[in-house]
Design a protein around this ligand. Sequence first.
Ligand code: ZN
Length: 659
Amino acid sequence: MTSPETGQARDVIDECVHISRRLGSDPSLVLHGGGNTSIKAPWVDITGTVVDALYVKGSGWDLADIEPAGFAPLPLARMLALLDLEQLSDTEMMRELAAARLDPAAPQPSVEALLHAFIPYASVLHSHADTILALTNLADGEQRVREVFGDRVVCVPYVMPGFELAREVKVCWPQPMHDDVIGMVLMNHGLFTFGDTADEAYERHVTLISAVERYLDDLPGAGHNALITANTDSTTVSQGCALRLAKLRKLVSDAAGTPLIVTRDHTPATMSFVSRPDLADIANRGPITPDHVIRTKRVPLVGTDVAEYVASYIGYFDEHSPQARTPVKMLDPAPRVVLAPHLGMLTAGQRVKDADIAADIYRHTMAVIAISQDRLGGWEPLAAKHLFDMEYWELEQAKLRLAGPPAELAGRVGFITGSASGIGRACAQALLERGAAVIGADLDQSVETSFDSAAWCGIEADLTDPAAISRALDAGVDRFGGVDIAVISAGIFGASTPIAELGSSQWRDVMAVNVDSVAETFRQLHPLLAASPTDASVVVIGSKNVAAPGIGAAAYSASKAAVTQLARVAALEWAADGIRVNVVHPDAVFDTGLWTTDLLGERAAKYDMTVEQYKRRNLLGIEVSSSTVAELVADMCGPSFAATTGAQIPIDGGNDRTV
Ligand code: ZN
């Protein structure tokens, strides 16, 4: 933070950062950008004037990794003056908060800034603790809160966050305050604690949550702690449901009007929840806190009837939009969470991150619902009207927009063979950079960690084994929901050998990798590509050798010619399914596994050239790298090639034998 705070202010802000991270890194308290914190401390302006300030979490920051710069400093007196107003619209409030920032470079303050300002304690912490949500989403929630906490908390009935909630808290606040009050429970929403220091506020958070845990432990039944721990250990992949998943993803994407990533969770905890006989009843009541609605929608799709879900969503919109706080336009009616008894939980989003966030949130949702329903006498979340207001609240939708516009290939899933190195790896990188999720298959186990990204799923696979291809596709579709793009890049060159000396096993080895495995991959990919919700595209990495074969490269040249014919036939056969199939013919791409430094030196010497000259031995005199090829491949999967199939495009700097 660039502000000239006093040394004392810097210390308390650092302590607030530390405690905020502790709160934010506990998923049973806060998930993905939820919750907020603040500290009241002096601000010394450039003239040396000291201002009593509120440092409140800024929008777009996650508590788990917040820094001092993530807190927006606001003049406390101005915040309290705003709270004296009878009315303040959302637009006016956000404008006033933005204008009041003592540092114009600070982020937009949290929508709860006025509430934090009002609470007359230096440190204020707010979470959506699972246990509090289990306790407050009940018909007798307020009574339960009193039973557990006695007079230690202020209990506030549900009010929409923002100015109205801050006003409501002002009304509910005890005057004078009892000494034993250490927190505030917002029904159906979450928990606030406060104290003279961030440490004290945090200790009070722990104290209150432990009290609920003890209360739950004393109820009939056991093991709530096991339930509340989200189980993310999804190691087993069930066979054979890839096509069902891909078809369901198409329906969900069609309803959304854009391709979505769909990820699957079929861990034991999830399977047991989705197998409940009362699933449709309890899952259709609502979320555990309104904050989650923009990520999960109000309710999941139970089963697989997407059309019915869409009709029901339109009904919900038609029912509530006439009473909306401001005029609203319907968001896409596609589900973001699907609970299907035989598949588990599927979550959807335009980016892998969105689908993963929805999955994390819903894992906690299932645990909380189970506790409220089974142990506390009946799950009863907020009425649909309030959830509609939250889903369509401009300030909530603005949170989603912080992610920026979708990338060119957002929502698409690529499958790339030979993606641990060379052209295959470069293609994976190009697709990832354009926003696609990528399943990478390679014989080399290092493929599993080729990219440190949630959008990457690397799978070790011997592509000459049909069962290995099938396992790789199953695992990839489990992770991302389908396949829209395939890049066939795995290939071997084989030792340079004249035909007269070519052994049959040498010939067969090259054919097995370069042709047979591709035919098998095509066979297995076709139904998945046909179920793609978008322009499906296959690009085969061919070779200049198809048009201009080389001495000693009989097996390689013949294999690339064969695979080119395979691709051309696929272009003919699959056009009716909306699948494009094209071939690129690279030449002299030297940053691949086929070329060693020795081989390069040997070839250059043969032509009496330096290695540099040899690398640019083409009409344009340019070097063609793996990434040059990858950018063309990525373009061919995008809209500029939407009308191109069955094409063969050289990428070789121009070759006088093939022009
Ligand atoms: Zn909240």
